[in-house]
Design a protein. Structure first.
Length: 404
């Protein structure tokens, strides 16, 4: 297993176009299939005569179904190519939004939610990572960093856009517009990326093929899966309950709104420097660094709970860690296992990662309500430290292998 950093060749002009096209498609996919759901839930629940909690519960089960679909999605992408599956998924996502727009009762709307999230398994970060690796494993790591930087603007764009649209049109019309975006914008962007030439398979094997045999031990996959599952659990709990967390530790509503806005810029800032990081340290070291920042965030928030500066540091550290983690989810499996069977491995990791995260907000809320915010945050510290240890074991195992 070779985990030492390598200098990636400079990104070529075609590579930039591919990354921008995939990034644009990712912005649309995340914005229309994921971020818009919480925004339209209130109006949709009123129109469909159910509670908002009922719709959000259906959304949670749809996310779990998407997690379980990820393993199948990875195998499909390995077999048929990520570009082809992404194109089909764009139409499925658009059709599901159309069903949501025409839903005559809550059950039909719930079916639409499941369709949207099942399509997302073929469209979100991991699918784009597989696309980049299948296209050109030589340059994929640097492209992943650039891709996450672009797609990170999805929430920044679609949260206010959806809120703005709802002031002038109904939620059903929003769904129609977003369905059209998937067909008229996301699909052509994916086709544009797919049309660009790739590196030869021989060139990919020269760079990464030597890792395949040395990294075939199941324990490495288990450790990486456990590590990413623990970090995603912590992120899901923190991001799903960020506003209640900040309110419970002493901030008023205005301060909570102000401090919470640091998360997005923190993610953006660390992704801007991610390319520089990847040139100088290995993916496993970058992953451990991300976990250490998450651990520090969950530890610092307890003694700094009534300090505005301390809470701001907490939010910034979570943002830094989350930004790096999204890159490492693609670069670490490629570094450890190579491009062979990459989609299947990433799909397996994603299945466990998202399945674990699906009940994190409920778990955190239960602990907080019954045992207090301190113990709830402490449980996330355990997750962060556990993930650090899991990835540290991967690093130790790589150094212990013969010839390393």
């Amino acid at each position: 297993m070779r985990l030492e950093p390598r200098r990636s060749p400079p990104i070529r002009e075609n590579d930039r176009l591919v990354v921008v096209a995939l990034g644009g498609a990712g912005i649309i996919s995340y914005g229309t299939l994921y971020y818009c759901v919480a925004s339209i839930a209130k109006e949709a629940s009123r129109d469909l005569a159910v509670t908002e909690e009922w719709l959000l519960a259906c959304f949670s089960f749809a996310l779990l179904a998407s997690a379980l679909m990820s393993l199948v999605a990875g195998r499909f992408m390995d077999r048929y190519g990520a570009g082809k599956t992404m194109k089909v998924a764009s139409f499925v996502g658009a059709a599901s939004l159309g069903i949501a727009a025409t839903s005559w009762n809550a059950v039909v709307f719930a079916i639409a939610l499941f369709g949207m999230q099942l399509a997302s398994a073929f469209l979100f970060y991991e699918a784009a990572f597989v696309f980049l690796v299948q296209r050109d494993a030589v340059h994929a790591k640097r492209q992943m960093a650039a891709l996450t930087l672009i797609v990170g603007f999805s929430s920044t764009l679609f949260w206010p856009l959806t809120s703005l649209l709802l002031t002038s049109i109904c939620w059903r019309q929003v769904c129609w517009i977003y369905g059209g975006c998937n067909v008229l914008l996301a699909f052509p962007l994916i086709q544009l990326a797919l049309g660009k030439s790739s590196a030869t398979l021989g060139e990919q094997n020269t760079v990464c093929g030597s890792q395949d045999q040395s990294s075939s031990k199941p324990i490495d996959l288990v450790l990486i899966t456990v590590g990413f599952s623990l970090t995603t659990f912590a992120f899901s709990a923190l991001l799903g309950r960020m506003i209640p967390i900040l309110s419970s530790i002493g901030l008023d509503l205005q301060e909570t709104a102000l401090v919470s806005t640091l998360f997005g810029p923190s993610q953006l800032a660390v992704r801007l420097f991610a390319g520089w990081f990847s040139e100088r340290i290995s993916p496993i070291q970058l992953t451990i660094f991300s976990c250490l920042m998450l651990s520090a965030a969950t530890i610092v928030i307890v003694p700094a709970s009534h300090s505005l500066v301390g809470i701001a540091i907490f939010v910034a550290l979570v943002g830094f860690s989350s930004g790096l983690n999204s890159i490492c989810r693609g670069s670490l499996p490629l570094s450890v296992f190579g491009p062979g069977g990459y989609g299947t491995r990433v799909g397996l990791i994603t299945t466990f990662r998202l399945s674990t995260a699906s009940f994190a907000p409920f778990f955190f809320s239960f602990i907080q309500n019954n045992y207090g915010i301190g113990l709830a945050l402490g449980s996330l510290t355990v997750c962060a430290v556990g993930s650090t240890l899991s990835f540290a074991f991967v690093g130790v195992r790589s150094k212990a292998e013969p010839g390393q």
